[in-house]
Design a protein around this ligand. Structure first.
Ligand code: FAD
Length: 541
């Protein structure tokens, strides 16, 4: 088959949610890129379904919140998490109540709230966002065959699966967003060890109209099934109407359930025979993994290519979205020429510790959910009568209490920071406690810049995204030398005066520099003596 050669500043391997986010954010910044995706863009086994707060803050920045809200999930479907033995005829041990998506309110720390949109609804939204930019070229049915990195860039070979045509793409940078089985990662020689396996799980998406009329439990979002053997399966409402995802959790022994086995397991969880259609099945391996290296000078691992975790907690794609927003502005800086050599290298230095933290927490959530396997539930909880009722009350309360750390994760989604980053100037204040369930906003350098409402519908976060922003909370502070120093190095930076005491308190200093990704890079009550040196640190010179 004949081959042609093309050129692009950034080639993105993999058009899953993370690859499309990198493409969309680059497109939004005016940087051309090509995305190659071996699939056709449709998702028949939605994995991710919870968009965390930070992801929604990115969607706000991109102007696509209403696209997300209207993507397809039934927004008045109940979101309770329920612990039970069976949906019909079984016992309910506990129920954590959550608002329906349409009733979610924003926490004080964010202008957004989390959203429920499984990947079959969300991927088309993020694809639409990326593809609206004429300079973003998304090519489906196209696979990455391999690449060579050289001093000036990356030479990749890609193949159109339908026509067989091979194209050579010369790119300045390659973003490896090709998921858990990453070809880019393998080519870089970054290992995915066997020890990373947590469970061999099988999922099935099934459809059943009128499901809630067949069972005696009230609707909810997630159902965790606990039998005498411990926690064994989950069902989640995948569209809030008639589709559900069943997961046979499995264990460390290699096993994939056949479709007849899945049918039996689904009936066992539902507690009765009923008519349903299995739309798709997916055996998958739950892993705890963070790549040793996040890439080279010109090739980067992003999203699941760089880290894999148990879905318990919904951290996988959300962590990948943060990766995407971290690398994208650095790629822009490199392509436009104002980024120094250390800027792209800071991607791994900043993001890898966050992945280590999130992956560990996801495994801890899995262990909590599965703790009933080691310490079996009391047998009385499966028996009728007052003794059973009492045992269920105690067991349910304990299990609910334990599961809270998986459901309330504000600290994981917002409270990550970039300690020891080579492109952040520390201010000498001590590291805050690493919170999981709660989050105390801080503008300590490295942290996500705090949200404060500046006017109805206008958050401080709405100021950030394109270029650096120098926030000034007192007009007495001289900001000009920093703006001049930035301009001299071609670094985009503008001044925002904020005259609002609550914002000044949240940011803690008179002058604060916020990066394009919305993280604080520097703060002080006065400018440093050598602004040019500070600008050089921030741009990775
Ligand atoms: C059951 C389950 C539930 C989950 N729930 C959540 C959740 O609620 N929230 C959350 O944040 N995360 C969740 N996750 C994790 C989440 O789905 C992943 O983290 C996310 O899909 C990663 O996105 P990605 O784009 O990095 O990789 P992927 O989604 O794997 O996309 C990679 C893409 O690359 C393409 N590709 C691969 N190789 C090539 C090649 N050689 N050439 C071209 N294209 C290629 C693939 O076709 C694919 O489209 C869940 C995971 C599972 C299994």
């Amino acid at each position: 088959m004949t081959s042609t050669t093309e050129k692009t500043p950034v080639l993105i391997a993999g058009g899953g949610p993370v690859g499309l986010a990198v493409a969309g954010d680059l497109g939004w910044r005016g940087i051309p890129c090509i995305v190659i995706e071996k699939g056709d863009g449709s998702v028949n086994q939605p994995k991710m379904d919870l968009l965390g707060l930070r992801t929604m803050e990115f969607c706000r920045r991109w102007g696509i919140v209403d696209w997300v809200e209207n993507a397809g999930y039934e927004r008045d479907h109940p979101q309770d998490c329920v612990y039970l033995s069976a949906l019909s005829g079984g016992f309910e041990f506990g129920r954590d109540f959550f608002p329906n998506p349409c009733d979610e309110v924003c926490p004080p720390q964010s202008p957004q709230h989390r959203e429920r949109q499984p990947q079959n609804f969300f991927d088309p939204v993020i694809a639409r966002f990326a593809r609206q930019f004429a300079h973003v070229d998304v090519r489906y049915h196209t696979e990455m065959l391999g690449f060579e990195e050289h001093a000036g860039g990356v030479r990749a070979e890609v193949r159109n699966i339908q026509s067989g045509k091979i194209t050579v793409i010369e790119a300045s940078y390659l973003a490896g967003c090709d998921g858990g089985g990453s070809v880019v990662r393998a080519k870089l020689g970054v290992k995915l060890p066997d020890s990373a396996v947590l469970t061999y799980t099988t999922n099935a998406i099934f459809r059943c109209a009128g499901f809630w009329k067949l069972v005696d439990k009230k609707p909810g979002y997630r159902f965790i099934f606990i039998g005498p053997e411990g926690t064994w399966a989950t069902i989640v409402a995948i569209n809030g109407r008639d589709e559900y995802r069943f997961s046979f959790v499995g264990d460390g022994n290699k096993r994939a359930l056949t479709e007849p086995e899945l049918r039996e397991a689904i009936k066992k969880a539902v507690g009765r025979d009923f008519d349903f259609e299995i739309l798709s099945t997916m055996p998958w391996i739950r892993r705890e993994y963070v790549a040793d290296s996040y890439g080279t000078e010109r090739v980067f691992l992003i999203g699941d290519a760089a880290h894999l975790n148990s879905p318990t907690g919904a951290f996988g794609m959300n962590t990948g979205m943060q990766d995407a927003v971290d690398i994208s502005w650095k790629l822009e800086a490199a392509v436009r020429g104002w980024g120094g050599p250390k800027l792209l290298q800071s991607y791994g230095a900043e993001r890898r510790p966050v992945a280590l933290r999130n992956v560990k927490e996801a495994t801890a959530n899995l262990k909590r959910m599965m703790s009933t396997r080691e310490k079996k539930p009391p047998k009385e909880i499966f028996e009728n009568g007052p003794a059973g009722d009492r045992a269920r009350e105690i067991f349910g309360a304990e299990y609910m209490d334990m599961m809270k750390q998986e459901w309330f994760t504000l600290g994981i989604h917002l409270g990550y920071w970039y300690e020891n980053s080579p492109v952040i100037v520390p201010d000498g204040t001590p590291q805050p406690p690493d919170e999981v369930m709660t989050y105390t906003q801080t503008a300590r350098p490295g942290s996500r810049a705090p949200h404060v409402w500046l006017a109805p519908g206008k958050s401080t976060l709405d100021l950030f995204g394109k270029g650096f922003v120098l926030l000034r909370f007192s007009t007495e502070a001289d900001a000009n030398p920093m703006l001049v120093a930035a301009k001299a190095k071609g670094v985009p930076m503008h001044l925002e005066d904020i005259n609002q005491p609550d914002a000044a308190t949240a940011y803690g200093r008179k002058l604060v520099i916020v990066r394009p990704d919305g993280h604080v890079a520097w703060r002080g009550d006065h400018l440093p003596p050598d602004c040019a040196a500070t600008i050089d640190i921030l741009r990775g010179a």
